[in-house]
Design a protein around this ligand. Structure first.
Ligand code: FMN
Length: 372
């Protein structure tokens, strides 16, 4: 049952109990957290090769440029990147990383120009693939932490990337160390990571004037997809087949919103808002504004504040980073119910969408997830 004013990442409801078959993606979604304390260890044999394969498949699935997400797992490269990316005053927030026995990094790269674009969609696509990888790593018991406060130039040089390329984001990875009461990891977890706004505070129906009311779903059940691992879900998304999912729409939408709610986001500001559209007229208009093809049964638009202090200070288009991360969670969640979605981020008429959904002027709409 929905818990009102839930201040933590605890589940809004017992989602797996709504499926007649194991709905195990939730275990990965809730187990993932930003890990800032690692213990020594090694990657399991073949991990680097499997990771490479996952990255290139995730990039292709999200339509990102090949090579825009790369893994660094050789110990020398990891040490150098860790040391160089924390240089500089603004990056002191990541001092916890300086001596951490990290096993690797994922590096998000793009053209330097991309960061100045009004809609950095190429970056967004790479970010989407990167979050798929974060969940894939969580599935393997590995800890990760997205890193926005990094020395971009030092990271670029360490990775041997040419001038004109930027490395706006890294993700570190390693073996998580159990949380100790007095560790920075635990302090950050208690103070920042654990907090989550309830669905009612971040989701809306039809327009941003009507807050979302989690529906009563007693007795509502579905049959989750037989393969729930991230790679199988990505294969399903890539294939783009249109099976007939048996999941009732209200459960599907609620599950997608919950998957977005627990996604990582920069400084956990949760300035993101999700608007569910189901009414025929509004849906038709939204579909048109997205220049979408096949008709949708419903859609979820994701909007966020763009000019936050964090974004200005770190010179990052965080709205076009946080929202794609949430979209990655929603897309996988829909796939876990054997339901296909299509994310529209470019060629959309953002002004028209914002007017339609009554999105406040300081917010930007990063994309619309159409549900088939
Ligand atoms: C784009 C992005 C940048 C982030 N940058 C940092 C960072 O530089 N340092 C850090 O310790 N955590 C960073 N985080 C992690 C967030 O603080 C974390 O995701 C948030 O507090 C929610 O906690 P959770 O990931 O444990 O659910 C970042 C997260 C995102 C999505």
């Amino acid at each position: 049952m929905a818990v009102e004013k839930e201040p933590t990442k605890r589940a809004t409801r017992d989602y797996p109990s709504h499926s007649r078959t194991p709905w195990t993606l939730w275990e990965v979604m809730y187990a993932r957290r930003s890990v800032r304390r690692y213990e020594r260890g090694e990657l399991y044999p073949d991990a680097a090769g499997e990771l490479e394969e996952l990255l290139s498949f995730a990039l292709e699935t999200s339509g990102a440029s090949p090579g825009s997400l790369m893994a660094v797992t050789d110990p020398g490269g990891v040490r150098e990147l860790r040391e160089r990316c924390t240089r500089g005053v603004l990056n002191k927030i990541n001092r916890w990383m300086v001596n951490a026995p990290l096993l690797g990094f994922l590096a998000v790269s793009c053209e330097a120009e991309e960061l100045k674009r009004d809609r950095p969609v190429n970056l967004a696509r790479t970010v989407l693939a990167a979050e798929d990888a974060v969940l894939w790593l969580a599935e393997r018991g590995l800890g990760t932490c997205w890193l926005g406060a990094i020395n971009r130039e030092e990271a670029r040089l360490s990775l041997g990337l040419p001038e004109g390329t930027a490395v706006p984001l890294l993700i570190c990875l390693g073996r998580p160390r159990p949380r100790a009461a007095m560790s920075m990891d635990n302090l950050m977890y208690q103070a920042v990571s654990r907090r989550r706004k309830p669905l009612e505070a971040i989701a809306f129906e039809e327009s941003m004037e009507r807050p979302y009311k989690p529906p009563a779903l007693e007795g509502v059940t579905c049959k989750a997809a037989p393969h729930q691992d991230i790679m199988s879900l990505l294969r399903f998304i890539y294939a783009g087949e249109h099976p007939q999912p048996d999941v009732p729409l209200e459960l599907l939408i609620d599950a997608c919103l919950e998957a977005a709610r627990v996604a990582p986001n920069s400084s956990n500001s949760q300035r993101w808002r999700f608007t569910v559209v189901r009414e025929e007229g509004t849906l038709g208009e939204l579909h048109g504004a997205c220049r979408a093809g096949r008709p949708w049964r419903a859609a979820i638009a994701g909007s966020a504040e763009a000019g936050t202090m964090n974004a200005v200070l770190l010179d990052q288009p965080f709205w076009m980073v946080d929202l794609p991360i949430a979209f990655a969670h929603m897309t996988l969640m829909a796939a876990s119910l054997h339901c296909l979605t299509k994310l529209r981020m470019d060629e959309i008429d953002e002004e028209r969408i914002n007017r339609l959904l009554k999105v406040p002027p300081k917010m930007r709409t990063a994309g619309v997830l159409g549900i088939f």
